[in-house]
Ligand binder design. Structure first.
Ligand code: GFB
Length: 317
C-alpha cells in the first residue's frame, strides 16, 4: 500500500473508521476516499455499484456497520441483520467486480458461541449456540467472514477478515440507549459527578467479563495486517485483542475512580448480562507480529479527556 494508493474507508465517521482514517492521514496517506451515509447509502446495491465503478479504489477498509450495545442489538434485531448483510454484500461483491487489490473486513468477537472455552481461539467459530442478545449481528458478521473466504477461494480475491474484541475510544457512541458499556460508564459517571448525584444505575449484575481494546490500537493492527500480509497468510480470520479481561464491576470501579464520581453504584438486574465472557486468544495475532500498546487505565484516561473536550454534556451547559 503506497502513500498515494486509492483507499476507501467505509464507515469513516464511526469509532473504527475514524481511527483508521486518523492513522492513515497521520502516516501520510493522501488518497483516501469516504462518503457520508447521506452521500452513499451502503444498503443500496446500485448506488454502491456506481460508486465503485466511478472511484475504483485499490484498497478497502470495511468498517461500516450497524453497531450497538446489548440493548440496541436486543431491541432492533431485524435492522441489525438486514443492514449489516446488505452493507457487507454490496461492498464485498463490488470490491471483487472492480478488482480491489485488498479488502479488510471488520467483524466482532460476538461471532463466537456464548459458552466457548476461554480464551477463545479462531477455530471455535460455529462450534456452539450464539449469545441470543446479539445473534442477528453475529450471524451477519459470520456471513461476512465466509463471503470473504469463498470469494478468495473462487475468484482469487485478497480479502482479509479480522475479529476485534470490545472497542472503545474517541468518536465512540455515547447515547445511553444504543451504546456499548464503556462509553455508557464514562458518560453516566461524568454526568452524575457534575450534577452531584448520589448514585449511578448500571445494567445487569456486573459479573460478566469483557476485554477492551483502545480503538487506535485496533486501527494500527488493521493497517499493519493489510500492509504486511495477504489473506492466505492470515487464514480465515484473526482475533484482535489484548488477551486480558475484567468484570464489568471492576471496569465500573476503574472508570468511577478516574472520572472522580464518589456516589454509589446500583445494579439493574432487569437488564441483560449477555454472554458471561468473551476473552480472545491472541496468539495468532502475536505470531503475525502485532501486540497492543495502550493499557486499560491509559485508555480510560485518554477517552475521558476526549469526552470532556468533545461532548456538550461535559461543558456544563
Ligand atoms: O458493551 P455491551 O452493551 O455489549 O454490554 P456486549 C457489556 C456488559 O456491560 C453487559 C453491562 O453485561 C451489560 O449488561 N452493562 C452495565 C452495560 N451497564 C451498562 C450500560 O449502561 N450500558 C451498556 N451497554 N452495558 C456487544 C454486542 O455485546 O459486544 C455487539 O451486543 C458487539 O453486537 C459488541 O458484538 C462488541 O459486550 O455484551
Amino acid at each position: 500500500m503506497k502513500l498515494n494508493s486509492k483507499i476507501y474507508i467505509a464507515g469513516h465517521r464511526g469509532l473504527v473508521g475514524s481511527a483508521i482514517k486518523r492513522n492513515l492521514e497521520n502516516h501520510g496517506f493522501v488518497n483516501l476516499i469516504f462518503k457520508t451515509h447521506k452521500e452513499l447509502d451502503l444498503t443500496n446495491q446500485s448506488a454502491v455499484a456506481n460508486f465503485f465503478q466511478r472511484e475504483k479504489p485499490e484498497y478497502v477498509f470495511l468498517a461500516a456497520a450497524k453497531v450497538g450495545g446489548i440493548l440496541a442489538n436486543n431491541t432492533y434485531p431485524a435492522e441489525f441483520i438486514y443492514e449489516n448483510l446488505q452493507i457487507q454484500n454490496n461492498i464485498i461483491h463490488q470490491s471483487y467486480l472492480n478488482k480491489v487489490r485488498k479488502l479488510l473486513f471488520l467483524g466482532s468477537s460476538c461471532i463466537y458461541p456464548k459458552l466457548a472455552p476461554q480464551p477463545i481461539k479462531e477455530k471455535y467459530l460455529l462450534t456452539g449456540l450464539l449469545e441470543p442478545t446479539n445473534e442477528p449481528y453475529a450471524i451477519a458478521k459470520i456471513a461476512g467472514i465466509k463471503m470473504c473466504k469463498y470469494y478468495n477461494k473462487q475468484y482469487g480475491t485478497n480479502f482479509i477478515s479480522v475479529m476485534p474484541t470490545n472497542l472503545y475510544g474517541p468518536n465512540d457512541n455515547f447515547d445511553l440507549n444504543t451504546s456499548h458499556v464503556f462509553p455508557a460508564l464514562i458518560r453516566k459517571f461524568h454526568e452524575a459527578k457534575i450534577n452531584n448525584k448520589k448514585e449511578v444505575t448500571l445494567w445487569g449484575t456486573g459479573k460478566p467479563k469483557r476485554e477492551f481494546l483502545y480503538v487506535d490500537d485496533l486501527a494500527d493492527a488493521c493497517i499493519f495486517l493489510i500492509k504486511n500480509y495477504n489473506a492466505n497468510d492470515v487464514g480465515e480470520f484473526v482475533n484482535i485483542g489484548t488477551g486480558k479481561d475484567l468484570s464489568i464491576k471492576n471496569l465500573a470501579e476503574l472508570i468511577k475512580n478516574i472520572v472522580g464520581f464518589k456516589g454509589k453504584i446500583i445494579w439493574d438486574t432487569s437488564k441483560p448480562d449477555g454472554t458471561p465472557r468473551k476473552l480472545l486468544d491472541v496468539n495468532h495475532l502475536h505470531k503475525l507480529g502485532w501486540k497492543h500498546k495502550v493499557n486499560l487505565e491509559q485508555g480510560i484516561e485518554m477517552t475521558y479527556k476526549w469526552y470532556k473536550a468533545h461532548n456538550k454534556y461535559s461543558l456544563n451547559i
